[in-house]
Design a binder for this molecule. Structure first.
Ligand SMILES: Cc1cc2nc3c(=O)[nH]c(=O)nc-3n(C[C@H](O)[C@H](O)[C@H](O)COP(=O)(O)OP(=O)(O)OC[C@H]3O[C@@H](n4cnc5c(N)ncnc54)[C@H](O)[C@@H]3O)c2cc1C
Length: 370
């Protein structure tokens, strides 16, 4: 596996602990969703024991590799009962003490049609890309958010275990969770594995995994950032296709992302090498596109290339439901390229469901035949 190296640092290593034989709640997956859920569970219900199982290392999936654009809306549109996602995201991070250089200056929606005459962005990309409007949102440092959430979960008393892959589950009460490191019996289980282990979450038939790509330019001069129209620090994403998103970074480099590699299953992700095959071709085409956007980028050097796994429901829906085979298990899945704020927001909601304080929504149902 070679997924490249993102520009973020995760400076959290969990305390060494043995897998307990029993736990009130087991959370599977150490990304934003699982970490927020584990920390929030301990915050709202400190009597319950919580164990988080991560197959690789904390943040090894999309969460430690994301672009970190914070968006108010998901691709699924407005979700009933979801309320104000960004303010709940902010409140959750604040209550957990997870600081991640959050800035909320707004985000540019850009496109080839309906662009504003006074658009600060005027780029050449299958037509002229201009700012259409500004939407609420901003940017975070995802490495700091992952580390902050993990630290909060551990500080509040959750046991976090890395290199502990869940391989199978017996759908009983208590649920029997089989891992590469032994077995744990759990009163409640949250499956927050998103792109991977889809069969475990019963979403393999109704969703698809993709590997999505990002690149980082060398730092640009203030004059170049200004002529590109990104000196305000606002991130951007296209409302039309071909898709492009990105954000300026504090050191003057600019991140751009686009491109999806089809993933058939976990084995494809394990074998994926960004320097080979489809991924290598998509990186070359993304870099060509970026150099063609504006004269300030014509000869720019790229200092990083990386990617990570995401999952889309087959009609772009999120899955937030009981597991079809167990009322004691909750599945949170289908977070695509817009899951930075949603993962934490829904992780908190999942914790409240597991603590018996909130119901699951109507919109997250896993199709009955899954
Ligand atoms: C390159 C890239 C750029 C992105 N940019 C943005 C952006 O700018 N804005 C935005 O909103 N979203 C963005 N996203 C999407 C966002 O990062 C994801 O939606 C979000 O991080 C999903 O979080 P998660 O915790 O649900 O999943 P993940 O972070 O993928 O976590 C799942 C975890 O489960 C673990 N796991 C899997 N199977 C098992 C198992 N059997 N046992 C134990 N553990 C298991 C994995 O190792 C992984 O750590 C981007 C994604 C990528 C890849």
């Amino acid at each position: 596996m070679n997924w490249g190296t993102p520009p973020w640092t995760i400076d959290f290593v969990p305390e060494r602990r043995a897998l307990p034989a029993e736990a009130d709640c087991v959370v599977v997956g150490g990304g934003f969703s699982g970490l927020a859920a584990a920390a929030w569970l301990r915050l709202v219900d400190p009597e319950r024991s919580v164990v988080l199982l991560e197959a690789a290392t904390i943040g090894a999936g999309a969460s430690g590799r994301t672009g970190g654009l914070v968006l108010a809306e998901s691709a699924s549109g407005d979700l009933d009962g979801a309320g104000d996602v960004i303010s709940t995201y902010l409140e959750t991070l604040a209550k957990l003490g997870a600081d991640g250089n959050l800035e909320l200056p707004g985000v540019y929606e850009i496109g080839r049609e309906r662009g504003r005459r006074d658009s600060p962005i005027v780029w050449d990309d299958s037509g002229t890309l201009r700012v259409i409007k500004e939407v609420p949102g901003g940017t975070v440092d995802p490495g700091k958010i992952v580390s902050g959430l993990a630290r909060a979960a551990q500080r509040l008393g959750a046991v976090l275990l890395e290199n502990t892959r869940v391989e199978a589950v017996e759908f009983r009460a208590p649920v029997v969770v089989h891992t590469t490191d032994g077995t744990v019996r759990a009163g409640k289980v949250l499956l927050a594995t998103n792109a991977q282990s889809a069969a475990l979450s019963a979403v393999d038939e109704c969703s698809r995994a993709k590997f999505t790509l990002a690149v980082l330019t060398e730092p640009l001069s203030d004059a170049d950032l200004s002529s590109l129209g990104v000196s305000s620090g606002k991130g951007f994403y296209t409302a039309d296709l071909p898709y492009l998103w990105g954000r300026p970074m504090p050191d003057g480099s600019v991140m751009f992302g686009s491109g999806l590699v089809d993933i058939g299953g976990d084995a494809d992700l394990d074998a994926l090498d960004i320097d080979q095959g489809v991924a290598a071709g998509l990186f070359a085409s993304l870099e060509r596109r970026v150099r063609g956007l504006h004269s300030a980028l014509a000869t720019v050097k790229f200092i990083r290339r990386w990617g990570g796994p995401i999952r889309f429901g087959s009609t772009w829906q999120l899955f937030f439901d009981h597991h079809p085979r167990s009322r004691e298990m909750v599945v949170l899945n289908g977070l695509g390229g817009d899951g930075v704020s949603y993962s934490v927001y829904l992780g908190r909601w999942a914790a409240e469901v597991m603590a018996g304080r909130r119901d699951l929504p109507e919109w997250g149902k896993i199709p009955a035949n899954s």
